[in-house]
Design a protein around this ligand. Structure first.
Ligand SMILES: NC(=O)c1ccc[n+]([C@@H]2O[C@H](COP(=O)([O-])OP(=O)(O)OC[C@H]3O[C@@H](n4cnc5c(N)ncnc54)[C@H](OP(=O)(O)O)[C@@H]3O)[C@@H](O)[C@H]2O)c1
Length: 337
């Protein structure tokens, strides 16, 4: 089988298309013929060796993918040959809150990922995908969609009538927009591009703010709402978190998802958190129960994930380069396998 591997070190130059033996599923395992995989910012951090996880070379990258079960091991009860599935990032995170014993076994680092024609996974780390989605669409669900879903709907308790502030038009934020609209919430979304803001409006955004033209987008959000927003999905991290708290209504929730602008805030006055009586929750994507509920909701609404570009597997380097450039895409980048 063909697979992409980081052969003996980090970085784009170490990515190679290799030929490997097709693995055999053991007890409680399934063999999946992967059809598509999608890229996340996490994959870039791992590619460049900046994620604090132990990577053993040769290593197969990418966390998110979708495919068809082609063989099952002894004792498999959840699936049969022919089922269309996706793997959950955290392979052992089945239900409840994140716990040390279920976090860490993540596809695409430290575990081998899905940029390969065949992969063996535990039947417990896999979920069925909606029938009507293309392989490419389904490949975008495990991290970007599940993060937005679990932070807004499962942990965040988003209600119809709430207002959500989303940052930028990358994978997590565009799913956040789609799920908020689905839930009857109204969305303020920011972007560095007016053209992308138009696309966000077409997907149902209520208000848009260009954060390059309006650096005080937190004040703009306060003015638009009068009292602040109920929920912010923060993907910026260091440079955005303070403003995200400022944009909240009293009693609002900040879901800290990303670190696109860095991880460290050198000096931070916590007064605003106290004054806003804010709830702050960090994200660890979501569990399998969340994933299954999300897929049911997606299917009920016939929601289609937003894909910017699709590359063949042997051009994965171009997909990573596009991801690394940042701000050159809207929604998700996918590779066909
Ligand atoms: N903790 C978790 O569970 C979890 C899960 C998923 C993702 N993440 C993290 O969340 C972040 C976003 O992930 P993603 O997959 O959605 O990324 P992405 O698709 O690469 O998002 C890129 C977009 O983010 C926007 N952006 C970049 N810097 C920004 C800034 N300083 N302020 C506001 N927007 C900015 C830009 O939008 P415009 O071009 O429109 O300006 C850019 O196009 C990453 O740091 C990722 O690692 C964490």
């Amino acid at each position: 089988m063909k697979a992409i591997q980081l052969t003996n070190g980090f970085g784009l130059n170490n990515l190679a298309l290799t030929e490997l033996e097709i693995p055999t599923p053991g007890p409680q395992e399934v063999l999946i013929r992967m059809r598509a995989a999608s890229l996340n910012y996490r994959d870039l951090v791992i590619l460049n060796g900046f994620m604090p996880v132990e990577i053993k070379f040769p290593f197969i990258p990418l966390s998110d993918g979708a495919g068809e079960i082609v063989a099952v091991g002894q004792g498999v009860t959840r699936f049969q040959v022919g089922d269309r599935v996706a793997g959950n990032l955290q392979q052992r995170f089945i239900a409840g809150n994140p716990r040390p014993d279920v976090l860490g076994e993540s596809l695409g680092g430290p575990l081998n990922g899905v940029a390969t024609e065949y992969v063996v996974l535990s039947e417990n780390g896999v979920v069925p995908i909606p029938d009507y989605l293309s392989w490419e669409e389904a490949s975008t669900l495990p991290i970007a969609a599940l993060t937005a879903w679990s932070m807004l709907i499962e942990y965040g308790g988003l209600q119809a009538g709430d207002t959500v502030l989303l940052q930028g038009t990358g994978g997590v934020s565009i799913f956040g927009l789609q799920f908020s609209v689905m839930a009857g919430a109204r969305v303020i979304i920011t972007s560095s591009s007016n053209a992308k803001l138009e696309r966000a409006k077409a997907l149902g955004a209520w208000q848009t703010i260009n954060y390059s033209e309006v650096p005080d987008w937190d004040k703009a959000a306060l003015e638009l709402t009068g009292c602040g927003v109920d929920h912010v999905l923060d993907v910026g991290g260091a440079e955005t978190m303070e403003k995200s708290i400022n944009a909240l209504r009293i009693g609002g929730t900040l879901s800290l998802v990303g670190f696109l602008s860095g991880l460290t805030i050198p000096e931070y006055d916590v007064t605003s958190i106290l004054q806003k009586a804010a709830t702050i929750r960090g994200s660890q994507v979501g569990n399998r129960d969340h994933f299954e509920r999300m897929n049911r909701a997606i299917a009920h609404q016939s929601l289609h994930p937003v894909i910017d570009r699709v590359f063949p597997l042997d051009r994965i380097g171009e997909a990573f380069t596009l991801l690394a450039e940042g701000k050159q895409y809207f929604g998700k980048i996918v590779v066909q396998i």
